[in-house]
Design a protein around this ligand. Sequence first.
Ligand SMILES: *[C@@H]1O[C@H](CO)[C@@H](O)[C@H](O)[C@H]1NC(C)=O
Ligand SMILES: *[C@@H]1O[C@H](CO)[C@@H](O)[C@H](O)[C@H]1NC(C)=O
Ligand SMILES: *[C@@H]1O[C@H](CO)[C@@H](O)[C@H](O)[C@H]1NC(C)=O
Length: 422
Amino acid sequence: MLGAIVLLCLCVCVSSGPFGRSDGISLDPKVPEEIREDASLKVPALVRKYGYPLKEHRVTTADGYVLTMHRIPHGRDAGNSTAERPVVFIMHGLMSSSADWVLMGPNKGLAYILAEEGFDIWLGNARGTRYSRQHVKLNPDSGADFWNFSWDEIGNIDLPTMIDYALDKANKKRLHYIGHSQGTTSFFVMCSLRPDYNQKIISMNALAPVAYLTNNACPIVKAMAPFSTVIEKLSKVIGVGEMLPISNSKVMRWAGEKLCSDTAMFQEICTNIVFLIGGWNSLEFNRTMLPVILSHTPAGASIRQFAHYGQVTHSGSFRRFDHLGIWNYKIYGTWDPPLYDLSQVKAPVFLRYSLSDPLAHVDDVERLAKELGNLKAKTSIPMTSFSHLDFIWGINAKKLVYDQVIADIRRMEESLFIFHPY
Ligand SMILES: *[C@@H]1O[C@H](CO)[C@@H](O)[C@H](O)[C@H]1NC(C)=O
Ligand SMILES: *[C@@H]1O[C@H](CO)[C@@H](O)[C@H](O)[C@H]1NC(C)=O
Ligand SMILES: *[C@@H]1O[C@H](CO)[C@@H](O)[C@H](O)[C@H]1NC(C)=O
């Protein structure tokens, strides 16, 4: 993590130099053209480049955030029929974006695989990420007001808004949900604070599920946890609300190609930094893709999202953001923040976790499984070294995770057809 901070500082320093401003970044000619191009494209152009249809949809939340969803309505090859299809909504994790589900390319990215399998794919982007960095009044680049949110608001406001929009456009009443990491946390928040949304979910596949963090094995998270609330308050006082405000990804793209590509000598350091931040295992990680990954990630988040996870780690409870004493009383009417009631999560949930995930620790997953209102299955990945980020970027993610997810979705779809024809 220290390494990561050093690299990021380096990047931020570099960004004020010639690389941040210019549009003509000099690229390493030895990096393959395919990789360079994928690193330079945003999600819509990247998906279209591979011959898949993509539509952008914008929706404004009740509190003014303008969110962008990326829809892949059908596939390119065997799944190219445009007939009506079941909807699958997919939600990314912390510091990530819709890019997670496509950046590994066709036959590897979950969005492409599901589109070929006959589903209508909607990729969400939480407030504050690269594609949802917009508000009707507030400016993300000035002051902290735009960043006054954690994953509580993402679950309580963004998810219901995006889900209602997708259902309306697709003319459906219910959909399948897949989330990774924070994409699962925010789902549990939604279903506990707004239980009416349970009925709109046919199935929920939780990849590397995170609700409790008592056993998380990241030393830095554990060390910072007791100070989360104070750090968050201080950051507000000095007017900073965004985590790592790298406002353009050119810097990361530059770092990815110059320092982390197959031909660069720092690749080993880069892979270790990714490991320290997110947890992966080298067997499952395709280093060639580092320039692409780093140009799309980190995709933006608020300091409060991290602070809220810090509070969960420290308190051992899955509960709403702790504004401290009197502020809690004003906002929630209680001195302590209220718990998220997981028994209210009545949507059918399939938990998929790995035995060596430092963030979604087995014991924390067990506790979550016991408290959920309608657990369908709890399945560990049959590879002990599989880790947190392997769920999205792992070389064998299709075989070890996605194929099982698809089987579950099909089974739930069939039972729906039998019991609740629609
Ligand atoms: C769909 O794919 C098949 C081959 O798999 C092809 O023959 C057909 O023309 C494609 N249809 C469209 C609309 O692209
Ligand atoms: C920030 O959000 C809290 C609720 O989470 C709200 O009470 C407060 O008024 C907000 N502050 C600003 C400056 O919008
Ligand atoms: C790693 O990524 C490169 C570029 O996309 C690809 O050619 C290669 O087959 C991948 N390696 C593995 C083991 O999947």
